[in-house]
Design a protein around this ligand. Structure first.
Ligand code: ATP
Ligand code: MG
Length: 364
């Protein structure tokens, strides 16, 4: 199902990584990776329309019969600076060398495009059978701590577990984190993991201490089931509802919109909200993710009161209506609208005519 139509008799092309794992699991892949023993940029352009080339990494993206395929040259890497992008030491190395730079054994399987044979240098087939995630060497998390989050993602997505030794390496790393790491990659993995909307992922993230990769601050563990809440009230930035509870995402490079969500949440926390009117006013111009964060961390009842009920109440009177009543446009309009709103929140069945007579009465 993940296999594209490529005719090649060289014996040097191999499906690699996630795509092989997914095929063996009977799942559809997000992307198709193929590795070429040699220079993929020179060799693989012939398979279709070239979409993108990255000479530094020896990779080329090609449209093969309507399917985007990433071809990579086999490569060896070293992590000169732990936690950052590796340096490529050799392009066109052996398949084995290429495989050994990968994260988990189940992601280190290759399948020959020519013969369909599976090549397993690291015991990935056995681990796949036992639903086990195993790193390829003891320095793996030190080289690239984002692999810890990738492990969480795969564990939850496939129902896999870390093998005992890998678990120990993870615990060791998390008790001695080198915060000088590439947070762009951390953010990418967090986004992919938590966009799965999984309470289980969240609980593991907390209980295994994986959250410590993001913040050194103490955290408050919420009692609310976040997965259920998001299913009830879908939002766009699911991952930010999960990670926003950490209170400190300063290490991640957040977009303006993402910052606004956290700022809105912070503003809500300082808001008293003593009655329906105050709840309405606090939430009305707030991002949906911020409201969910408030529900999780502060007051679920108030957030639900707004989401289930108050937000559907709208006043119908417009500026034109006020002008027709002979009131000249001025900041006074806002005061009038607020006044209607206060009454309407208590009497939501009010019609527009009721609103207008309320204004007329107060003018007398
Ligand atoms: P997904 O299904 O989420 O795409 P994937 O396993 O295909 O998962 P990709 O991010 O597409 O993951 O990467 C493709 C392959 O590249 C992986 O299967 C793995 O072999 C290798 N890889 C990706 N990220 C890392 C990493 N941080 N460290 C080592 N190898 C990695
Ligand atoms: Mg992939």
């Amino acid at each position: 199902m993940n296999i594209v139509d490529i005719k090649d008799t060289s014996g040097k092309l191999f499906y690699i990584g996630g795509v092989v794992r997914d095929e063996l699991l009977g799942r559809k892949s997000f992307d198709i990776d193929i590795t070429y023993i040699g220079n993929a940029i020179e060799y693989c352009a012939k398979f279709g329309k070239v979409l993108r080339v990255n000479p530094d990494f020896g990779t080329i993206r090609v449209d093969v019969g309507g399917c985007e395929v990433d071809f990579a040259s086999t490569r060896a890497e070293v992590y000169d600076r732990k936690g950052h992008l590796p340096r490529v030491t050799k392009i066109g190395c052996s398949l084995k060398e290429d495989v050994l730079r990968r994260d988990f054994t189940v992601n280190a399987l290759a399948k020959s495009v020519t013969t369909g044979d599976i090549i397993d240098y690291t015991g990935g087939l056995e681990d796949l059978k036992h639903k086990t995630l195993r790193v390829l060497h003891d320095e793996s998390f030190i080289d690239d701590p984002t692999r810890i989050i990738r492990g969480l993602k795969f564990a939850v997505r496939f129902g896999f577990e870390l093998d005992e030794h890998t678990k120990k390496l993870q615990t060791d790393y998390l008790s001695n984190i080198n915060y000088d790491m590439c947070y762009k990659r951390v953010k990418k993995e967090l986004t992919e993991t938590f966009n799965l909307n999984s309470q289980e992922a969240f609980e593991r993230f907390i209980s295994q201490g994986i959250y410590k990769l993001v913040t050194e601050k103490d955290i408050c563990i919420p009692q609310v089931n976040i997965e259920k809440l998001i299913k009830e009230y879908p939002v766009q930035n699911v991952w930010l509802v999960y990670t926003g509870i950490l209170g400190d995402l300063s290490r991640l490079e957040l977009t303006r919109q993402e910052k606004k969500i956290l700022d809105d949440f912070a503003a809500l926390q300082n808001n008293q909200m003593n009655d329906d009117y105050e709840i309405y006013k606090a939430f009305i111009d707030t991002e949906p993710e911020s409201i969910l964060l408030y529900a999780i961390m502060q007051d679920e009842n108030k957030a639900r009161r707004y989401l289930d009920y108050l937000r559907n109440i709208k006043i119908q009177t417009t500026g034109d209506d006020l002008q027709n009543l002979g009131i000249k446009p001025s900041p006074e309009y806002k005061v009038i609208f607020d006044k209607i709103l206060r009454v309407k929140l208590q009497n939501p069945q009010m019609s527009k005519a009721d609103e207008i007579s309320l204004i007329k009465n107060s003018l007398e």
